[in-house]
Design a protein. Sequence first.
Length: 256
Amino acid sequence: MLSYEFIFTIINLGISVMLVYLLLKTTKESKKFYLESQHELEEQKLYTKSLDQKIEDILLLDKINKTCFIGIGGGGSNIIQNIANFDNRHKFIHVNSNRQALNTKTSSYKILLDFKHNKGLGCGGDIECGKKSVTLEAKQELSSFIEKEKTLHVVVTLGGGIGSGATPAIIEYLKSINKEIILFIIMPFVFEGKKKENIAKSSLDELKSITKDIIVLQNNDLMKKDENKSLGFSETLKIISDEVYAKIAHQSYTAL
């Protein structure tokens, strides 16, 4: 026959096991609740950030009138494509000698420079190639795209074959047909080397002799806004695109 002490021991052991089980279950539920709460908090932060960005975008859209963008070379073309991704009300004209790069752009207005000589493979940083690429055919095609446009916002990154080589000839042509131009020039990063920097500076001086309506943006200065953050290509491109867009928005706003 079982003694009372033994029975009590069994009961106490059962109660202890039950308490441990309940404690573990409570801990697990608490951890689950905490993780879900953290997840919801993160989602709320993302939603708030997204909402703030949408409000900012709406405010900018109210300020910028419908216009025409021309992106020259790989850099300029990428920048106006990035603008098109969040505000596609405008006309976007991509001018480049690289067929593959042009094919990635969403706009139907594309000009492939000097296909006869470079076969659509680009100028590869060759300034002379860029200068020779602006043919009569290219000018005529550009003219047909901008026939009804009054103001042109031209975007270019200097230092490369098309950017530095072709831009002066294009701007000179646009001025000759009496188009109002606002030229956005993005200068190269310091880490891209002295050679590219010198090419860009030389091109800038040439462009200043053709038009006075130039806004120069320094890549290094733009990146200082996020100097403590490691930025990838898409993030860097977004910062530059946002700056160009904001400058146009500010001009539109101050003109009211």
